[in-house]
Design a protein around this ligand. Structure first.
Ligand code: SAM
Length: 383
């Protein structure tokens, strides 16, 4: 097993919870802000494709008490490994580095060190050091400059340093295409980013044979990400005929684009009437972003209506779920007139027979700057 540094995206608590779930809840890990360190035998590139919240995966190659203990020769040695350098020394060799949790002084030290590495390597081939305005090279820069296995990460962890080499970065292009190029997008009913849909699906575990349902499927983002993750039994329902038609179009488009064969069943239904469609205990997993109110007309009364809808939804889920069913459900928190109004009524949901599974990372919040609605991603099981 190798030790890896996982660089997490903006919603780092959610990303950390997702990652631990996909790694099958390892006991030994360390977590600090947007960095989680854990062992895994999984192959980094395919692991990263599964994860919505992780930006980079880097293999830890050394630990140092002080940054000054890491020398030019150490750096050159890692870059010269056959994996990085390859057999041929033709063309331009690019390399780079990112500093996590360090100071400006640490960055200056590393920059000087990188220049001496460049000088040393230049004796063998033409070399370019990739830098950016930030101490961290983004996944876009790493990909565009072909820096996989050539970017070193310097990670300050408490009072010492870990050095890691990047082996996988998030495919920003593919996420963009999945989001923007799909034929139907409904900005009125809210647009769930594919990354968030992926994180929600992963939160519940790794079993792709479960009978999955999104009962507020809208234009089908969760269903589409479930297809890409390899879920075999996918169901989507929604009260709106347009939503069902949109989901169908998006699913057909995705199947075509990625040559997917998963079966997805779509049905028109009010969330309260799920028992008319599904048998008792038929559903093993529910992952959903429910109706969160009309974004252009959010008022205090909206909160009461939403609480009622969510209560009815959880009552309805109890009729079609097995004892092992998990639910991943977004409760919106709505910012109105400088106060935050919460739609999660824990007592009401508990009275439907469900209990919340709390994450070791606290509340799992997904928020984008300037948005009036904050999403609280929650996980539930039967009492
Ligand atoms: C926020 S959208 C879901 C968006 C979806 N996650 C997506 O990516 O497109 C909420 C959906 O809930 C549906 N809806 C509203 N009330 C409902 C109800 N009582 N039963 C079932 N669906 C309902 C709406 O038609 C809408 O498509």
């Amino acid at each position: 097993m190798s030790k890896y540094a996982f660089i997490l995206g903006q919603a780092s608590h959610l990303a950390a919870a997702e990652l631990l779930s996909v790694l099958n809840q390892p006991k030994n890990y360390s977590w600090q802000d947007n960095l989680l360190i854990a062992d895994t035998e999984l192959e980094p590139e395919s692991l990263l494709k599964q994860l919505g919240g992780t930006i980079k995966i880097a293999k830890i190659i050394g630990n140092y008490q002080n940054l000054a203990d890491f020398k030019t020769a150490d750096w050159c040695q890692y870059l010269r490994s056959p994996h990085t350098w390859g057999q041929k020394l033709e063309g331009k060799f690019t390399f780079g580095f990112s500093l996590y949790q360090g100071t400006q002084k640490d960055y200056q030290h590393l920059f000087k060190l990188a220049l001496s590495v460049k000088k040393e390597l230049r004796a063998k081939t033409s070399v370019r050091l990739v830098t950016s305005r930030e101490p961290i090279l983004s996944s876009v820069i790493v990909t565009k400059n072909n820096l996989l296995n050539k970017e070193l990460l310097f990670l300050k962890i408490k009072n010492s340093w870990a050095v890691a080499i990047t082996c996988a970065v998030q495919d920003f292009d593919d996420y963009g295409q999945r989001d923007i190029l799909r034929p139907e997008r409904d900005s009125r009913s809210g647009m769930l980013p594919p990354k968030l849909a992926q994180m929600m699906l992963n939160l519940a575990g790794t079993d792709k044979n479960l009978n999955l349902l999104d009962p507020f499927c809208g234009s089908g983002t969760i269903l589409q990400e479930a297809m890409l993750l390899g879920f075999k039994n996918i169901h989507g329902t929604d009260i709106s005929p347009k939503a069902i038609a949109d989901s169908q179009k998006n699913i057909d488009w995705l199947k075509n684009k990625y040559n997917l064969k998963n079966k997805v069943n779509l049905k028109l239904s009010d969330v309260q009437n799920l028992a008319k469609i599904f048998k008792n205990k038929e559903i093993d997993l529910i992952v959903t972003e429910p109706f969160m109110g009309d974004a252009r007309n959010l008022q205090e009364e909206t909160i009461l209506d939403l609480k009622k809808l969510y209560y009815q939804a959880f009552l309805s889920f109890a009729k079609i779920c097995s004892q092992k069913t998990k639910i991943v459900f977004i409760f919106p928190e709505i910012n109105l007139k400088n106060q935050t109004l919460n739609t999660l009524d824990k007592k009401a949901i508990a009275s439907c027979g469900w209990q919340q599974i709390h994450s070791p990372f606290g509340e799992l919040i997904y928020q984008r700057p300037g948005q009036t609605v904050t999403r609280n991603i929650t996980l539930w099981q039967r009492q």
